[in-house]
Ligand binder design. Structure first.
Ligand code: MG
Length: 488
């Protein structure tokens, strides 16, 4: 493995913000355009006639230099960032791309992923941008990763929590599942360290500590973080090509792009390696190309490839416009995204206090089983007995109007009264005394901070004698509580 220090860009203007934006955006577009003519071709087929240069026609029968949705949506995002940050503006640009051919290379949209199409259709019908994307675990195509890079220039100077929140918002316009958000975040963090001039192997190592440390402060299930183990725990650059996958799954695209970056020493070699992996060639090369452009600099991207790009001048103008805007406003002076109160957690925490109130009213056999949903994005909690259960998190959600982001306007007493009225059958099974549990539960609640939620992860395969919390703490449970986790 070649561990030589990065070849750096020595051109005079390499520290200029606009130059860096050009390195990233042209890096994406050139990679994309190299892959378009062979998109969907298998690795085996491509290996018989490997791509070594910018070619035309092929899959879509379009001239050389034609870029696709990856670049279009990247430009739509970059354009939106030339004014005050607003996810609605980003969403509006996406709609204009799909329905009015905005930022298309030749006046038509010829390539689009399923999740992106569904989200943009929802945007066109008036859905708020931040909630337009799919949130399911089976909607983790590479559609937000392929277009996320311009966000780097807006958020690189902000604190980690704000960078993550911005990444979440922008990814969620089309891809709202935590897996897609994590991929975008890893990618942007890698890019941020490149901007700071670090060596790529140093960055890889840093992220193995920095990223899990930060993600563990969020209520993300361990299983979700573990999905990225090939990047976060192992040396992906030592993996053989047969074990690098280049389909449209976001995890595979991120892995493949980092692999291509780490195992080559120039922009050209990195993107050609990505294209020749086959399958989702344009996106793997676009994602690789963004980082490789930043790492080696605009001057390392072959000039003839850049000159062949459709709308080369428009792209260059966009880079200048974004650079000018960010220089004028200063990314640090740009309006801050407030780290708002997490009303979801505040409201869900009320469920836990309803349980204490029910204990006080003589329902001491009621147990509480909290866990994180399989998607990792929501908290589930059931009230259970040996005979019955009620999913309390769903019940609390029924008090929320759609997309409401405020605190439920009921006191714990009022909520408990409602629960008593609506769950008479279940509460019959809760009657009785269990002083030990009641006391432990009260102590557990006393330990919780505002917005903090506990969860047991439903680990009935390997029962634990503690609950984790969303603030990365552990709370000891009574012995044998894990026998109830199957109810969650
Ligand atoms: Mg494409």
């Amino acid at each position: 493995m070649n561990r030589q220090t990065n070849k750096r860009d020595n051109s005079g203007d390499s520290n200029d913000l606009t130059y860096k934006i050009k390195s990233a955006l042209f890096g994406v577009a050139v990679g994309d355009a190299l892959g378009v003519p062979v998109e969907f071709k298998s690795r085996k087929t491509i290996s018989e006639n490997p791509v070594t240069d910018m070619i035309g026609y092929g899959t879509y029968n379009l001239p050389a230099g034609t870029w696709s949705d990856d670049s279009s949506l990247t430009f739509c995002l970059a354009e939106a960032l030339t004014q005050q940050f607003d996810t609605e503006v980003i969403g509006k640009n996406f709609v204009e791309w799909l329905y009015q051919n905005h930022w298309t290379p030749g006046g038509t949209v010829f390539d689009i992923g399923i999740g992106t199409r569904q989200a943009i259709d929802r945007l066109a019908k008036g859905k708020r941008a931040e909630n337009a994307g799919n949130f399911e675990a089976n909607s983790n195509g590479n559609g937000s990763l392929m277009r996320i890079l311009p966000l780097l220039f807006y958020c690189s100077d902000k604190p980690t929590t704000e960078r993550f929140e911005l990444t979440r918002q922008v990814s969620s316009i089309t891809h709202g599942h935590i897996r897609s958000i994590t991929a975008c975040f890893y990618y942007l963090e890698f890019a941020r360290h490149i901007l700071q001039g670090k060596d790529k192997f140093e960055i890889y190592k840093i992220l193995q500590t920095e990223l899990p440390d930060f993600l563990n402060t969020l209520s993300i299930s361990r299983d979700e973080i573990q999905i990225y183990h090939r990047l976060l725990e192992n040396e992906i650059f030592g993996v053989n090509e047969e074990r690098i996958y280049s389909d449209g799954y976001v995890v595979h695209t991120l892995e493949a792009s980092i692999w291509c970056l780490m195992t080559t020493d120039s922009y050209k070699d990195a993107v050609l390696k990505a294209v020749n992996l086959g399958d989702d060639t344009d996106t793997t090369a676009a994602v690789t190309g963004g980082l490789a452009g930043l790492l080696y600099g605009f001057s390392d991207i072959p000039g003839r490839w850049i000159n062949s790009l459709a709308k080369y001048r428009e792209i260059e103008n966009l880079c200048h416009k974004l650079g000018r805007y960010l220089n004028e406003t200063g990314t640090n002076n740009a309006p801050r995204v407030e780290t708002e109160k997490n009303y979801y957690r505040i409201n869900m925490q009320k469920a836990l206090f309803v349980a204490r109130e029910l204990h006080k009213r003589g329902y001491e056999k009621l147990r509480v089983v909290p866990c994180v949903s399989p998607s990792g994005m929501s908290w589930r909690c059931s009230f259970v007995t040996e005979k019955d259960k009620a999913i309390i998190s769903n019940w609390i959600s029924s008090f929320l109007e759609e997309e409401i982001n405020t605190e439920i306007n009921y006191s714990i007493t009022e909520l408990t009264n409602c629960f008593e009225r609506e769950h008479t059958t279940f509460l019959e099974t809760c009657k009785g005394t269990d002083k030990k549990y009641k006391e432990w539960y009260k102590q557990m609640l006393n330990q919780l901070e505002e917005e903090e939620l506990p969860y047991a992860f439903g680990e009935y395969f390997s029962p634990t004698d503690y609950w984790d919390t969303s603030k990365n703490r552990k709370i000891a449970t009574l012995p044998n509580e894990a026998r109830f986790y199957k109810y969650c």
